[in-house]
Design a protein around this ligand. Structure first.
Ligand SMILES: CC(C)=CCC/C(C)=C/CC/C(C)=C/COP(=O)(O)O
Length: 259
């Protein structure tokens, strides 16, 4: 199929965004722009007219683009170096089974099943309310991560071995880390709604850190996937808090679970 770019764009070497990447002298002459040498000759001017400042600026990639691509390059490089459990033969390959246990501790299935089971067993209305909201939080998290992964479509690091416990189709993508998102969301939820002793609260925060670090060590993710995942999970908790389900807001839902 012919490219939708116009022939003039192609001759001028502009990108699909319409931004000139190369400006050939020939193309300038043939397009007969007011600044082209042939035009200048025609108008009788012998001095070389300077290029408009706007055109010179367009030839340079923006500072933001350079900063972003440098950050991504550093991310890829550092994540590869930190992927010390990516395979059995890796530097810390012997720690891989432990990393995989940590991986399962942050997986969606145990959290969904555990919450559902708790909900069925709960005998107080307060417990039911908290567990129903946790279930809602976990489902919202799965949906949001799937949407972002489907939009961004960032492939997993090349050194990752795709041997993960139950995945869905979008899990072939890595941005953001579903485990990091869930860990941050669940941690905020638990710290806010469960009455826990201080050592258990500290353990909860440590679990988030360990799950997050293990994603990079296993080679599942780049660091930016995990950092964004943590941020997304943190923000998602605020959404859950905002939409908090209660017997007053959704009585029909609570009627389902009352014995
Ligand atoms: C109800 C329902 C659709 C359950 C699906 C549970 C499931 C298979 C979740 C996938 C969890 C997973 C493997 C996430 C990927 O985590 P990353 O940290 O590797 O992004």
């Amino acid at each position: 199929m012919p490219s939708p770019r116009s022939s003039r764009e192609r001759r001028a070497g502009s990108s699909s965004s319409g931004r000139p990447e190369f400006l050939s002298l020939v193309s300038q002459r043939s397009t007969g722009s007011p600044d082209s040498p042939s035009r200048r000759k025609e108008s009788g001017s012998s001095a070389a007219a300077p290029m408009p400042e706007e055109d010179c600026m367009k030839l340079n990639p923006s500072f933001v683009a350079i900063a972003l691509s440098s950050l991504l390059a550093i991310d890829l490089w550092a994540s590869k170096r930190l992927g010390v459990c990516a395979g059995e033969g890796s530097a810390w390959g012997s720690a891989r089974p432990l990393m995989k246990v940590i991986e399962i501790s942050g997986h969606g299935i145990p959290w969904l099943l555990g919450t559902f089971y708790g909900l069925c067993q709960s005998d107080s209305s307060a417990a039911r309310e908290v567990l129903l909201n946790l279930l809602f939080a976990l489902l919202l998290d799965l949906m949001m991560v799937a949407v972002v992964k489907g939009i961004v479509k960032r492939p997993r690091p090349t050194h990752n071995k795709m041997d993960m416990f139950v995945t869905i189709s979008v899990d072939k993508y890595s941005f953001p880390s579903g485990h990091a998102t869930r860990a941050a969301l669940v941690c905020r939820f638990v710290l806010r709604h469960l009455v826990l002793a201080v050592p258990l609260r500290v353990l909860m925060v440590l679990w988030v850190l360990i799950v997050s670090i293990s994603r990079v060590m296993l080679g599942r993710h780049n660091m930016t996937d995990v950092l964004f995942g943590l941020l997304l999970g943190y923000v998602l908790y605020s959404v859950v808090e905002y939409c908090w389900l209660s017997p007053l807001s959704v009585p029909a839902l609570f009627a389902l679970w009352s014995h």
